[in-house]
Design a protein around this ligand. Sequence first.
Ligand code: ADP
Ligand code: ADP
Length: 225
Amino acid sequence: MAAITLKNIVKSYDKTQVVKGIDLEIDDGEFVVLVGPSGCGKSTTLRMIAGLEQPTSGDIIIGDRVVNNIEPQNRNIAMVFQNYALYPHKSVKENIVFALRRLKVDNDEIERRLSEISEMLQLEELLERKPADLSGGQRQRVAMGRAIIREADVFLFDEPLSNLDSKLRSHMRTEIGKIHNKFGRTSVYVTHDQVEAMTLADKVVVLHDGYIAQSGTPMEIYLNP
Ligand code: ADP
Ligand code: ADP
């Protein structure tokens, strides 16, 4: 059974179709990278999987549930955004554990996961700081930690590295690959960066003007055009 299935997904704003009938099956544990020119519908597609946008028609299935009418917080997904979307008034620690507190995970378990994740992402020294006092790379690590700690079945990434300088970008790319290898969660990752697609993807899906133009392994997409 596929972890995520998109069945003939269409999305229109007013009368304009921006996603024009996407069919896609993503296997359990697979890392899928959505690429394509600006405006081709990558972000909209990801946001529909997350539940932040509703498809105009078609079904989104996560596991064995049609999730079209299920709220984002009940979809068992975790999302990392380009602009981090951290709570400015909360400390790093409170940003990371916020969702777990809301889910009433017990404190010992929260502390256990927090210490594992802050070690992995080198956040131990930063836990009491506020987002405003962090560098871009540090903020992105906090955003990653906040997503990972939920232990959701599905990770969604919307251009998570595009605000970082090239050195940090390459470091974080490696980290994301390691995290995927460690946790093996089904991931959908939007980027326009070919290197990210090449290094991270099991499968690259190329969107063009709201359609899937091509899909295959990075080798198939980039080395045998
Ligand atoms: P990408 O992520 O590939 O750059 P998007 O999915 O963000 O593309 O956008 C696809 C198209 O949909 C673009 O033409 C964009 O302007 C349009 N679009 C996205 N969100 C909205 C919205 N809320 N209202 C109207 N048009 C939108
Ligand atoms: P991204 O950087 O992920 O492509 P954008 O900056 O394109 O995102 O869009 C940010 C927000 O603005 C999203 O909520 C998107 O739906 C909305 N948006 C994008 N394009 C339009 C548009 N043409 N009209 C209205 N809202 C839009």
